[in-house]
Design a protein around this ligand. Structure first.
Ligand SMILES: NC(=O)c1ccc[n+]([C@@H]2O[C@H](COP(=O)([O-])OP(=O)(O)OC[C@H]3O[C@@H](n4cnc5c(N)ncnc54)[C@H](O)[C@@H]3O)[C@@H](O)[C@H]2O)c1
Length: 371
């Protein structure tokens, strides 16, 4: 092997130095990624090209003392993809998640991203993925809001303001300059309070912690829910304002009536069809096997409660094939489960910035022994 293969390593600080936290730029890159999605210039895992990723399911019980047990938000996931256009890249996001990490002073999920040359398969970059991922996740509700928020949105509700929740608020406030007030609810009042201080220091808004779920939904034009844990917040129908956008990067307990009467916007319906194919033979319906709002939505679609023609894909919207709103008064529920193409697009941007600015450490995979 005479050919030398090097790749770039970026730790978390270096990824941030290369722009990983730049939400404004990330929103534009995610918009561009959704355009490619709408055109079909991408591949995700499985022969159907649309698998979210492969998950290690932990058992409830095990005779092996070291084997991880099932727990809230506890999983390992490998998300793989190819993204076309100017990106022309393959890669993987790989992470482990455990709510109990907080007790050890660690983030709930710990992520890495790998980028590979789409032709040779050679690794190009291996980078810390936490800021990368929280920024890309925060940018997706922003892209959705750009196309689906009600006109003149003034009040934003936020439920759950951990790492991802805050990133979503940064994204939403970037694309919704008309927002005057943010109402923040979190099970941990301290988190809501510190989030409000952060928002007021960084955006021209009034930010108020509220002490009930209702306080973060009633009268709000846009509501974003990003909690973690076993129980999703239950949102009552009478709290929903006419014409509002409910943005769900994580799950919420929404009535069947509200789901069926709202326009459903999704990041990629083909991904949910891929889930459906994978879970087809599992007993108990999709909700039993795919936790949260995604499985619930898939069950409702299969039962005919939500009609396929009422489900809009964000890629199609960005590509100009369709639009979200046909009626100002209709509520929109945006459901997004996250996709590896998002990590690849944002990872590629960080990689290019790092190369241009000499950030990171070049590591040798093999070869060059005779040079
Ligand atoms: N769609 C995507 O692409 C994507 C990507 C990453 C994470 N997520 C999801 O985002 C969620 C949040 O991730 P995180 O890393 O910020 O988690 P986190 O644990 O750091 O923060 C969650 C916050 O929600 C609060 N919370 C929990 N239950 C609540 C409730 N019922 N009501 C109000 N607040 C509540 C917690 O106190 C905490 O502040 C997770 O469910 C995760 O799976 C989605």
């Amino acid at each position: 092997m005479d050919e030398r293969l090097d790749f770039l390593f970026l730790n978390e600080e270096e990824a941030i130095e290369a722009g990983a936290a730049d939400i404004t730029r990330c929103i534009e890159v995610m918009d561009e990624m959704f355009l490619l999605l709408g055109k079909g210039d991408y591949l995700m895992g499985s022969p159907n090209h649309n698998a979210h990723g492969i998950k290690i399911y932990f058992p409830k019980e095990s005779p092996f003392p070291n084997m991880p047990r099932k727990g809230p938000d506890r999983r390992f996931m490998a998300l793989v993809a190819y993204l076309g256009g100017r990106f022309n890249i393959c890669g993987e996001k790989w992470y482990g998640s455990n709510v109990a990490n907080r007790e050890k002073g660690l983030p709930r999920s710990i992520l890495t991203t790998l980028l590979n040359d789409a032709d040779t398969g050679a690794p190009l970059a291996f980078m810390a993925g936490n800021t990368l991922s929280s920024t890309r996740t925060g940018a997706i509700p922003a892209v959705g809001a750009r196309y689906a928020a009600p006109k003149d949105a003034k009040i934003l509700g936020a439920i759950g303001v951990g790492v991802i929740g805050r990133s979503c608020l940064r994204g939403l406030l970037t694309v919704l300059p008309g927002i005057e007030e943010v109402r923040v609810y979190d099970l941990m009042p301290e988190a809501a309070k510190s989030c409000c201080s952060f928002l007021e220091a960084n955006f021209p808004v009034k930010a108020v912690p509220v002490d009930t779920l209702e306080g973060a939904v009633r009268d709000c034009d846009v509501v974003n829910v990003v909690t973690s844990g076993a129980v999703s917040p239950k949102l009552e129908d009478e709290w929903f304002k006419e014409g509002m956008l409910l943005s769900l990067p994580a799950s919420a307990d929404v009535s069947t009536k509200m789901m069926s009467e709202s326009k459903i916007l999704v990041d990629n319906w083909k991904m949910y069809e891929a889930y459906a194919a994978e879970l087809r033979d599992e007993p108990g319906g999709f909700a039993k096997n795919l936790s949260g709002i995604c499985g619930y939505m898939m069950d409702l679609e299969q039962q005919g409660v939500i009609k396929r023609e009422d489900i809009v894909e964000l890629g199609d919207v960005v590509a100009g094939k369709t639009q979200v709103r046909t009626d100002e008064k209709q509520r929109v529920i945006f459901i997004m489960d996250g996709m590896p193409v998002e990590d690849l697009a944002w990872g590629y941007e960080i990689y290019q910035n790092a190369l241009a600015r000499g950030i990171g450490t070049k590591l040798n995979l093999w070869g060059g022994y005779h040079s």
